[in-house]
Every structure is written in C-alpha cells, then in structure tokens.
Design a protein around this ligand. Structure first.
Ligand code: CAA
Length: 259
C-alpha cells in the first residue's frame, strides 16, 4: 500500500509514523485511518522494529480531530452500518508492540483520542488537549470519554467533555495525561530517544509489560493482579529471561534473542 496522508520511516529499530495533512491540521479522515491501520500492522509484524512513534506534521497540530468535513453530511444510518470509528480500536489500539504519541500543538477530539491510544504521550510545551465534540452536537466516538476519564479522573474529564475546554501541556502533565513535557524543538528527538531505549529492551518483555499495564485499565484489581502474575510466569520461560538474569549476575549487558 502506498501512503498519501501519512509518512513512515524506519530509524534503526524505531518506526516513525507522521500524520501528514498539515493543511487540514492533520484531521483524521477514513484514508488516514486506512493508512495508519496498514502502517501499524506492518510495524507489528516486522521483527526488526521494536518501538514506534506517532506524530503530526507541522508545528500547529498533532491532529485537530476526526475530519468534520467528511462527517458533516453523512447520515446516521451510514455511521452505524459502517460501524464508523471501529477501525481505530480494531487496527490501531490492537497493536501489540509499544508505541509513543509525540504531541505538539492541537490534539483535539479524535486527535486527543488517538494520542490516548498510545502507550504513553510525550508532549511539547505547545500541546493542547481537548474533547470539543459537544460544540458540534456530538460526543467523543473513538474512546475519548473512557480513556480521558481513566487518565485524568472524572472531574477534569467531565469538565472537558461538557465545556470543550482545552488543557495545556502543563496541566496535562499535572493531570497525568502525558508522561512528560519537553520544549517543542526537542519533541521528536526526545520521543525517538525514548523509543530507542524501549527498542533496546527484550522484545517479548516489552510486549508483556505493555499488556500488563493496559490490564489495569481493562479489568478489576483481582483479575488484573492474577493476569499479571500469569504473564510474569510466562516470561520466566523465555531465553531472554535466562540471559537477562545471567547478564546481571555476570555484570555485563544482556544480548536479546526475542524469544
Ligand atoms: N476536520 C476537518 N478540517 C479541519 C479540522 C477538522 N477536525 N480542524 C481543522 N480543519 C481545517 C480547517 O477547516 C481549515 O481548513 P480550510 O483552510 O480549508 O478552511 C484548516 O484545517 C485550518 O484550520 P483553522 O483555519 O480552523 O485554524 P485555526 O488556527 O483558526 O483554528 C482549531 C484551529 C481551533 C484547531 C480549529 O481548526 C478547530 O476548532 N478545529 C476543529 C476541532 C474539533 O472540533 N475537533 C473535533 C472534531 S470531531 C471528532 O473528532 C469526532 C469524534 O471523536 C466523535
């Protein structure tokens, strides 16, 4: 598949994916979703790639939402029959390997929702997050009301969804929506450096650590703790566990096999 709305490049073991519709503030239309679905599937399937970074082109926006122009005249029955937005959960959230959202400028509506699909967000000091769908007579449709509430708690999520108010980068860091804020000029370097750190970890352990942390969002405490213990026990069967622990005892870096 050749891409028209995204750019994909591999930098050693890190895949950098850039949403590339700067003239529309990287608004997410169905073509962007189809291309991202393809790019994330290829990333997940390529054993040479160990971490990914998703960002937006231009300084102004990560993504200013789902494409309003594409949705404006669409009948409700089409949204339902196409199960509109379901591909984000099926193809993007389902990515088993880790990926980071690097957010500068606006991350609004679907843009905020896609950033929250990432394993974590690194924000530029210019980042602005919001769920302004209410102003369009709708509501989040790609998981925003659920992920935002889990990330920042009911009070802030409710205020943002009901008023459309944007959160700046400093507030987003205080509220734990993002892991870190960096100067805009350093955003991509910082995200790629962090991705390279993850890419150097034992691959199965990164996938299982990701699955474990996500369990905290998806299950009750007892089920989550039990599943964590079982996943931990699975990792103890890997060659990389033998190597990692032997390397520690022998005071040398580990050499990973990915199995
Ligand atoms: N969809 C389609 N086009 C968009 C867009 C979007 N979400 N956001 C911006 N654009 C387009 C604008 O229409 C404009 O195009 P033209 O030059 O052809 O007019 C271009 O991008 C630049 O945008 P602005 O001129 O509006 O830039 P600005 O600096 O004045 O304002 C902004 C920036 C505040 C982000 C403003 O663009 C804005 O409010 N955008 C919409 C934000 C929004 O409501 N997002 C939620 C969408 S709904 C959603 O995401 C669905 C869902 O979850 C259910």
């Amino acid at each position: 598949m050749s891409y028209e709305t995204i750019l994909v490049e591999q930098r050693d073991a890190v895949t950098l994916i850039t949403i590339n519709r700067p003239q529309a503030l990287n608004a997410l239309n169905t073509q962007v979703l189809a291309e991202l679905s393809d790019a994330f599937a290829k990333y997940d399937a390529d054993p040479s790639q160990r971490c990914a970074v998703l960002t937006g082109s231009g300084e102004k926006a990560f993504a200013a939402g789902a494409d309003i122009k594409q949705m404006a005249d669409k009948p409700a029955s089409d949204f339902f029959l196409e199960d509109f937005f379901s591909g984000w959960q099926r193809d993007v959230v389902a990515t088993r390997k880790p990926w980071i959202a690097a957010v500068a400028g606006f991350a609004l509506g679907g843009g905020c929702e896609v950033a929250m699909m990432a394993d974590f967000i690194i924000a530029a000091d210019t980042a602005k997050f919001g769920q302004p769908e209410i102003k369009l007579g709708v509501a989040p449709g790609m998981g925003g009301s659920q992920r935002l509430t889990r990330a920042v708690g009911k009070a802030k999520a409710m205020e943002m969804c009901l008023t459309g108010r944007m959160m700046d980068a400093a507030e987003a860091e205080r509220a734990s929506l993002v892991s870190r804020v960096v100067p805009a000029a350093d955003l991509l370097d910082e995200a790629l450096k962090t991705a390279a750190t993850i890419a150097a970890m034992p691959p199965m352990a990164t996938m299982i650590n990701k699955e474990m942390v996500n369990l905290a969002f998806e299950s009750g405490l007892n089920q989550g703790v039990l599943s964590e213990r079982r996943l931990f026990q699975i990792l103890t069967a890997t060659e990389d566990k033998m190597e990692g622990m032997a390397a520690f005892v022998e005071k040398r870096p580990g050499v990973w096999k990915g199995r």
